[in-house]
Design a protein around this ligand. Structure first.
Ligand code: ADA
Length: 562
């Protein structure tokens, strides 16, 4: 499954899922493998195989492809963890860093016959990797999300951007169509579309050789229903690309959109002009069996549980998520805070020469390809990185303006853990902090929060809404102790009861996002294992198998109150 809806009725598209040949390869050889000892699932993590449970290094995935007639082929990789080098019939066609955003490569003029697609995957840690580092989550290895092969013409629709607005009682939408022309000559095209029963005429455009072109037009829609948590109304945006033959489009692109606005007004978060309170969870894409390559059924099951808990929000800690999960959130009216890939990087780590480009590539790919999900109501960056120094502030400022330049329709934030010294609160629309009163310290939750809130007002966060973006406690599944000692399920429930009784009752707090939905694997490299029993972050409300802990009832009670 590529998406939860059909993206093309004209463009031929096939998912290259199934068993691919696999073989681990040594760290520094450029030799292409000539024999493959394994067959691994794609999408999948190599850690799912008994021989690669903890394998950190490089592996080669190979897929033989039969082409019936001469074609231009576009390969899209939705997620390769964490670095990919792609070869087609032995020719290098693509390189990508970061497990959590998509990339594509086009191979023109492929002759009919049998061909080889080879992907060298690397999940090792090194200076060249600024974002995938030993951390309190696991960097798996493999082609963790779908691989898509499409037949394209020299000019094709790469993506769209849909920006709805509501003025004087009616909905408008600015629709942008982004075209790519990889040919050596310019191309004149005509774009038509359909949305909510309305024909969309974009007119003609000329796409220069080897370039990209954005065509934008605003349309009014009279009889559409808004997308909301209560009624997640979705519409299909169908676009057709015509060339000289005005009767028969040669390419198409179908996306799914929702009419909704998200705004910050004073200390309120408004969806379609109505005040909302986010009640949610931080969710790592991590599963006991599937690692980061969570199959669709298990994603749906996670959301069933999240909704049973009375939540309406998911924060994609700490990286852009699988589009199929975002599609599910669109369909179920679940709000999403999606964020770029970074967790707890020190200033020294942010000074890695690859950091800025790797972040900015991730930001661009995240916003470009997840733009149209109505469920995404907030963009976040740089979780708990160095936002308390002038140099760190410069990184935050640059990335926030990069995202704001790409999308002015959503509020921006970042989750800080530097109270009383953070220097970046003036840069965001929503102030978000991770606070672990009762777990990492014996702070009285209310006293600590009131002191923190007074500081926020003086530090650039005055009159801004606040999200408590992480709070919670660890509990080993099954550990029940009358002493209610730390790591017992009882203590986790007690701490969450205490935290929720404060954070759910403050008017300026527009969101409470519990750390975390499910237990997740962490790296053995680094020191995390010392405070992570079983080398797992055990603050889940459910464990790695999604078995509920005692706190499940506590959270459900508070979240169902709204
Ligand atoms: C931080 C961090 C999370 C996780 C959490 C914890 O807030 O953002 O990724 O590490 O702490 O469990 O301590």
């Amino acid at each position: 499954m590529i998406r939860l809806f059909c993206q093309h009725k004209i463009r031929e598209q096939v998912e290259l899922e199934g068993l691919w040949d696999f073989v681990p390869i040594s760290a520094n050889s450029d030799e292409m493998p000539d024999k493959y000892g394994y067959k691994l699932s794609v999408p999948g993590c190599w850690e799912m195989h008994p021989h690669f449970l903890k394998f950190r290094g490089r592996g080669a995935y190979r897929r033989v492809i039969d082409i019936e007639e001469k074609s231009d082929l576009k390969f899209t990789f939705k997620g390769v963890s964490h670095t990919a080098d792609v070869y087609f019939d032995g020719k290098h066609i693509g390189h990508h860093y970061n497990a959590f955003t998509e990339f594509s490569a086009v191979v023109p003029q492929v002759e009919a016959g049998t061909h080889e697609l080879l992907v060298i995957v690397d999940n090792s840690f090194s200076e060249s990797s600024a974002l995938h580092v030993p951390n309190d989550y696991y960097t798996y290895g493999g082609i963790i999300r779908p691989v898509v092969m499409e037949k394209v013409k020299e000019v094709y629709i790469d993506r769209t951007e849909f920006v709805p607005s509501f003025e004087k009682g009616s909905w408008n939408a600015e629709v942008s169509v982004i075209l790519k022309n990889y040919g050596k000559t310019e191309n004149e095209i005509y774009i038509k579309g359909k949305l909510a029963g309305k024909d969309l005429e974009f007119g003609t455009a000329t796409v220069a050789a080897e370039s990209e072109l954005r065509v934008t037009k605003t349309f009014e829609f009279s009889n559409v229903k808004p997308w909301s948590n209560e009624n997640p109304q979705l519409y299909m945006l169908e676009l057709h690309l015509f060339g000289s033959n005005a009767d028969k489009p040669f390419d198409d692109y179908i996306d799914r959109v929702g009419f909704r606005t998200v705004k910050v007004e004073g200390q309120k978060l408004l969806i379609n002009g109505n005040e909302v309170k986010l009640r949610g969870f931080n969710r790592h894409e991590d599963h006991s069996i599937f690692g980061a390559a969570i199959p669709f059924q298990a994603m749906a099951n996670d959301l069933d549980i999240i909704m049973d808990l009375g939540a309406n929000t998911v924060r994609t800690c700490h990286y852009p998520n699988d589009e199929r999960f975002l599609d599910l959130c669109d369909e179920r009216g679940i709000y999403v805070w999606e964020e770029n890939h970074a967790r707890g990087l020190s200033l020294k780590q942010m000074q890695n020469p690859n950091f800025e480009k790797q972040c900015e590539d991730c930001n661009r790919e995240m916003v470009h390809y997840h733009f149209n999900h109505p469920s995404i109501i907030i963009w976040g960056i740089l979780n708990e990185c160095c936002s308390f120094t002038e140099e760190g502030r410069a990184y935050y400022k640059k990335q926030l303006s990069q995202i704001r330049d790409m999308d002015k329709s959503r509020p921006l934030t970042f989750a800080s853990c530097h109270p009383f010294r953070d220097m970046c609160l003036d840069l965001v629309d929503i102030v978000s902090f991770n606070i672990y009163s009762g777990w990492y310290n014996s702070d009285n939750t209310l006293e600590h929060y009131e002191k923190f809130y007074e500081w926020v007002k003086t530090a650039g966060g005055n009159n801004k809404p606040i999200i408590v973006s992480e709070f919670g406690a660890g509990a080993i599944y099954g550990l029940r102790e009358p002493t209610r000692v730390k790591w017992s399920e009882e203590r986790q429930a007690d701490i969450l009861e205490d935290n929720l009784s404060v954070y759910c009752t403050r008017p300026e707090i527009v969101g409470t996002i519990i750390w975390q939905f499910c237990d997740c694997r962490v790296t053995e490299e680094g020191d995390w294992f010392k405070s992570r029993p079983g080398t797992r972050n055990n603050k889940g409300i459910v464990d790695k198998y999604r078995r509920p802990k005692l706190a499940y009832g506590t959270v459900q009670k508070w979240y169902k109150k709204g």
